[in-house]
Write a protein that binds this ligand. Sequence first.
Ligand code: ATP
Ligand code: MG
Length: 751
Amino acid sequence: MSENKDFLRVIVEEDIKKGTYKEIVTRFPPEPNGFPHIGHAKSICINFGIAKDYSGHCNLRMDDTNPTTEDTKYVEALKDAVKWLGFKWIGEVRYTSDYFPKIYEYAVKLVKMGKAYVDSLNEEEIKEYRGTVTTPGKRSKYAQRTIEENLDLLEKMKNGEFKDGEHVLRAKIDMGAANMKMRDPLLYRIRHAHHFRTKDEWCIYPMYDFAHCLSDYIEGVSHSICTLEFENNRDIYDWLLDELDLTPPRPYQHEFARLGINYTVMSKRKLLELVNGNYVSGWDDPRMPTIAGYKRRGYTPESILNFCDQIGIAKANSMVDVSQLEFCIRDDLNKKVPRVMCVLDPIKVTIENYEGDEEIEASYYPHDVPKEGSRKIPFSNEIYIEREDFMENPPKEYNRLTLEQPVRLRHAYIITCKEVIKDSLGNIVEIKALYNKDSKSGQDKSGIKVKSAIQWVCAKKAKRVEVRLYDRLYKNEAPESLEDLNPNSLKIIKDALIEPAVILEKADERFQFERQGYFYADPIDYSDENPVFNKIVGLKDSWAKKSKTEEKPKVEIKVEPKKEVIHGEAQAMSEEQQTLFDRYTNKLNLNGEVANILARDTNLSSFYESCLNELNSPITLANIVANDVAKELKDKGKLNFTSSQIVELVKMIDEETISSKIAKQVFEEMAQTGQNPSKIVESNGLVQISDPKIIEPIIDEIIAKNPDNVEKYRAGNDKLFGFFIGQVLKATQGKANPKVVNELVTKKLKA
Ligand code: ATP
Ligand code: MG
């Protein structure tokens, strides 16, 4: 649960308590040598997220100490990514190169202290002298140079009097240190290279270990958060900042686990190889794990933020299943985007008994989505359906159109097949069909039973579109080389047909193509002459089935994606299930998704029924049973609590004794310990606070502490409303009654 603080926030809160820092300052420090990927998104969420949570700030700093690989186009991509994810850095973008003069001064200071020296061993000798994990290294004879000699050499290095590799500056630490990084680490090297910002001003460049801690210090960073591979560098970080005897406070480094995702590569070097070798169309190819790639493919920032939140922050590296990311985008789009019809592989159907034309008004959203909007779908005697939605010799479980079996055209009529027309090779080229005029969707009096509804488009009015279907970039879970690339990762369909509303209205840029998946109008290639849609993700995890037969996934999946209900594609229900479903939706007013989950699972439906016997609160009960109880049952295979305990919990929610946020916490504890909810609430003091007398002073304090935000809000930045609500909830550990908080904050901010 996200209320549980991660270890980084625990550290930050301890430092706040100790009063070490005036402000919490973090930074996101990418090297501008490639486009940021989803791993960077995690780092962005952590750094900007922590700064935001503790009312501090986060700097965006280009770690540009390696002139040969860096470029402004990467700087722009990094800025875009941070902005797109919804974060803001304060002031200008920072550059390590801006600190080159300062960093050089610190180097001189170290030399003067006798703590750094110019070494003239060559690269190989340096390596050899370093020793191994089991044997200590030995110090270079140049370490005996006097301070004057060192100062002179360093100055000459800086002035360009030596060739690359002739000398380096090293810290004088300990050639026998167990941590090999501490064996006199390099601080500066000579590089006669053109830098994209400092041009030819410098020919010596500071090493990461030297530049990073100092840049952090210079910027007043409090928490320098990086990935685990820098764990051993932390000793250098500490040594340098301590030895330099700087005015406190100084930053400290904390490491978290890198994000890895299966079926892709993440290192910028490997991604660059794909770009340069034209294996993909560019850094923003929709198959790339880059932010630019996800953006172009149609992912929303919300889905990426949710993903980063779900995977959490850990201390041990692990691989996350890409299906979890796919789950997040589906989950986000499911309720947001209009559903329309597109036929990817069309076959013509002539409806012989239909005459004239009509336009069918159809909602863009299913009834359980709280959004409105509709369009007119043209219908006539010539339509196209998906080739695979008709079969001459179907297997038993085939639910769509066959010679004997009728099917519903989504939003329209039921048709039956009369005849199939084949070409000389025996391929079906056309289907002749009949429609039932009493079967119109929503007014069906025909009494005909069908097993499914399929998408279609009107032959006369449909528009041609190009559809790009993307699959995973690699065919292996842990790709090792280019040979592991998935040859079918991109399939282009030039002649798909889409209902005209999508083109005319373009009500949104993202759509669900019914029964196909989620699609996005390609932001670059889409034009009126050639409308192009990218497939964002399918409606369900098509790989889940495949990987079962191929190989067992070795991947650790931390959060189980929720079971998804796919409109129009679900397995038929048994009669019993259908009866339950109908009762739940019609009588108890449950939404279709929840009703579906309950009706299909006997354990859940009987649990739900016994709850209902005790308490008439069908909707709250259903939500808890279909979500939390179902998850518990799935994870543990058993329940630690009874239906009466759930009833007790729901009563407290309904009576507003506890907030629904707190209810989650109570549920978790009940599921763990089996204790009664009222006991848990009592012993943890979780009772909801609704008394304005208690809440008002809290709001006053927050308003007093955040004058800037108050001013901005009053100047029209409505988004900040959420900030104030969040702060109050946080201050009351989620116990404040959100309704009351809302009213009071509104009132106070107006004043
Ligand atoms: P790569 O190895 O993929 O090229 P990098 O570590 O060299 O990445 P940087 O530009 O140096 O990339 O990284 C900027 C910040 O993003 C660093 O703080 C780094 O720790 C973090 N970061 C990079 N990759 C990941 C990842 N996979 N998961 C989490 N954070 C990451
Ligand atoms: Mg790096």
